[in-house]
Write a protein that binds this ligand. Structure first.
Ligand code: DGJ
Length: 741
């Protein structure tokens, strides 16, 4: 078992070929953090990692001892009130009103595998990538509260999983004010902070800053992980780049209010913690009850950002996503939304579907507008019965007709939402999340159903299953078009209101679980006004997530590039849409739109009926290309080559290489053309240096070493006098296929 405890040194060592995670029992029984990084060999002793320190204005633990202060120790899971002035990972309020607890080592257990978390998604151990788990039980001897810290190590990846469980053995209720999933104290502050932030239609853009004394953080208070900040952080050394240097990634397997913070203390120690956002959170834990945090994942790379991303990608693909979809090709879909919005009926849909089938598409997705009175975004949510005027054959009849055209059928739902004026609202106005003494806040004319209440989830489940049981549905698009602001549940007592958002997301997860149990063959694509809930918690159920409502290819470059730092490209729903684009009104070539969307789970979302014959022929070719290379695109290793977030951001390049390095696909993109530009090369990566590759459509052959060291020469563009065979202009792209010859 790659987890050892040395009784003499009181050190736990979790290790695999790539990393060591080392922690120890401190002189006062707390847990000290010693090392998370490259693999270290024995012997290990605590004096290699820590020393007693004495400094002014600190507080000390033991009487007459000025050498041991928790404020000067690197810790695993700091608490409040025991000589550490920094951010605690855990804050409780006891019945006495005291917030002071003192958790000390009691015992531990080392096991093979990785236990699941009740009601929450988490990574799992597999035969190919097994896990071992260390559970350290700490006790507060005054109250008898028990804290279990879980450390799971993936044996073939540089990845640690962390979480905490609090058991109330105190005999009296307590209130949890803050309980993070992980905390780690790093030796120094020479790190850059990389976060993935933005907004609706500009999700997961890369922002880089230096660490500074004090606290910096990213968070959500929206009841969803949100489009503003992704629950993912990278710390990297200033000289770390894609291919070399130290980097540490933290990701939270959670889809609701989160916080990831970094605190640099006066001694230059960096404390990183991640978990449920303590703002808006309070949890009453009754005697003998247990609270389990979501899982946090920590990746270490000494080989740059690329290795960090590859580790996350492999973990998410093999140890997180629904097993069934790990190897299966994702269907190439046509979505009705940007093609016809709410304006459709059965005839129109069938005409459209026929066209889609003739172009080679595989799955027809009927988006919003098929149910109740929904002809715009002001009504219908909550009443999940078909609009018989638009769809006289019902969902089952329509799905069968679509199937007869040779397409699978998929359907849009937004199960967490409600509109006023619906039957559901008439029957259960108290199922809406808002404070009844005030006006509820609205967004997109809709309100949020209180999924913290099991009866609400049950009601929606029943409505949906009544529809789905008989219909040949292959795919669901699960949307969520607003965030929570007036957090208040009519179903919770005043003292439990702080539990709402965590109970809500557990309700959402429970509906996912029940639908997947009942319909194991349905592929669920999650969506939250595009990429507003793009996180590993959702990825556990939904192996592809609509990455953004922005389908403009030039904007998508940043969104998909930023997303790729944590998430595999198969997880990103990416569609070819109309030009001019509906979000930006920008005109772009059909080729560029496809060249960007290939690097995702491809779909089309435009009115096929209005296309010219030339466009249809081009789409047919694109579809053939995608089908030929789909398995490489979804299972290969993804390399970021030129960043749209660097220099002037005018160029982007990336590539994907299959595992035996025999085939690769390179994508190169230019936002704006400039006159008389000099020759350019893209330095490729991941190839076999000794092999020779043919490059199409360039008609070149070159060795892997030439392509990686000198680079792939891009032929010159229009120079103002002659147009070459390969003209480029604004929003242009090239996709090149490399094959070992
Ligand atoms: C937001 C989604 O992101 C869109 O793709 C579409 O499904 C609309 N909602 C429908 O209301």
């Amino acid at each position: 078992m790659p987890i050892q405890f040395n009784q003499t040194s009181q050190i736990f060592h979790l290790y695999n070929d790539q990393i060591s995670y080392i922690l120890g029992i401190l002189p006062n029984g707390h847990l000290g953090h010693y090392h998370f990084g490259s693999r270290l060999e024995e012997p290990l002793s605590s004096d290699l990692f820590r020393a007693d320190q004495n400094k002014g204005l600190t507080a000390y633990v033991n009487p007459n001892d000025f050498g041991f202060s928790l404020n000067l120790e690197r810790q695993e899971y700091p608490v409040f009130g025991t000589s550490d002035f920094r951010e605690p990972a855990l804050t409780l309020t006891l019945q006495t009103g005291s917030q002071i607890v003192d958790f000390k080592y009691s015992h531990h257990l080392i096991t093979a595998g990785k236990p699941p978390i009740s009601g929450l998604p988490s990574t799992f151990s597999t035969t190919e990538n097994p896990c071992s788990t260390l559970v350290i039980t700490l006790k507060d001897r005054v109250t008898d509260l028990e804290l279990d810290l879980y450390f799971s190590l993936f044996e073939t990846l540089p990845i640690m999983s962390r979480r905490a469980e609090l058991v109330n053995r105190s005999g009296a209720p307590i209130t949890i004010d803050k309980i993070m999933s992980m905390s780690i104290d790093l030796m120094d502050d020479d790190w850059q902070w990389l976060q993935f932030s933005g907004d609706w239609i500009k999700e997961r853009h890369l922002y880089k800053t230096s660490l500074r004394p004090g606290i910096q953080s990213i968070e959500s208070r929206r009841g969803a992980s949100g489009a503003e900040h992704n629950p993912f952080l990278i710390l990297k050394r200033p000289d770390t780049n894609e291919v070399q240097g130290e980097a540490l990634g933290v990701s939270l397997v959670y889809s609701s209010n989160f916080s990831i913070s970094g605190q640099v203390d006066a001694n230059g120690v960096t404390r990183v913690m991640a978990g449920i956002n303590p703002a808006l959170f309070k949890w009453v834990l009754k005697p003998l009850e247990t609270f389990e945090t979501p899982e946090a994942l920590m990746v270490y790379s000494v080989k740059g950002l690329e290795h960090l991303s590859h580790s996350f990608h492999r973990l998410f693909k093999e140890n997180l996503m629904v097993k069934k979809w790990q190897a299966l090709p994702r269907p190439l879909l046509i979505n009705s939304w940007e093609a016809m919005y709410f304006d459709f009926d059965e005839d129109k849909l069938l005409h459209f579907a026929k066209e889609a089938a003739s172009l080679g598409m595989e799955l027809f997705v009927l988006d919003d507008g098929w149910f109740s009175s929904r002809n715009d975004d002001s009504s219908g949510l909550g009443d999940w019965s078909v609009n018989a005027k638009k769809l006289p054959s019902g969902i089952t009849g329509l799905a069968q007709k679509i199937n007869a055209l040779g397409l699978q059928f998929g359907l849009w739902i937004e199960p967490e939402m409600i509109n006023l004026g619906t039957q559901l609202y008439e029957q259960h106005p108290d199922w809406v999340i808002y404070d009844p003494t005030r006006m509820p806040c609205h967004a997109r004319n809709q309100y949020i159903l209180d999924f913290s209440r099991p009866e609400v989830v049950e009601h929606i489940f029943k409505q949906l299953t009544a529809l789905f049981d008989d219909a040949p549905i292959a795919y669901l698009k699960w949307d969520m078009n607003r965030n929570m602001t007036d957090h208040y549940s009519h179903g919770l007592k005043p003292e439990n209101q702080g539990e709402l958002s965590h109970r809500y997301i557990k309700g959402v997860y429970s509906l996912y679980d029940r639908l997947i149990d009942r319909y194991p063959n349905i592929l669920i694509e999650s969506c939250a006004a595009g990429g507003g809930r793009f996180d590993p918690g959702i990825l556990y159920y939904s192996p592809q997530i609509w990455a953004s409502d922005n389908t403009d290819p030039t904007c998508r470059l940043k969104i998909q590039y930023g997303t790729s730092f944590a998430y595999p490209i198969s997880a990103m729903g990416a569609h070819v849409s109309a030009s001019p684009n509906h979000q930006l009104k920008r005109t772009t070539p059909l080729k560029t739109r496809a060249d960007v969307a290939y690097f995702g789970s491809l779909g089309y979302e435009l009115n096929l009926i209005h296309l010219s014959d030339a466009e249809k022929a081009e789409i047919k070719e694109q579809i053939n290309f995608y089908k030929t290379h789909r398995s490489l695109l979804h299972s290969g290793d993804f390399y970021r080559l030129i960043s749209p977030f660097e220099s002037n951001g005018n160029h982007t390049a990336w590539m994907i290489v299959n595992h035996d390095k025999s085939t690769a696909i390179v994508g190169w993109y230019q936002s704006l053309a400039y006159p008389n530009e000099s020759l350019k090369t893209i330095k490729l990566r991941g190839l076999d240096p000794k092999a020779t590759y043919s490059v199409e459509p360039n008609c070149t052959t070159a060795s892997g070493s030439t392509l990686m060291s000198f680079g792939l020469l891009l032929r010159p563009s229009f120079n103002g006098i002659h147009m070459t065979a390969d003209p480029i202009g604004d929003h242009q792209s090239r996709v090149m296929v490399l094959k070992k010859v």
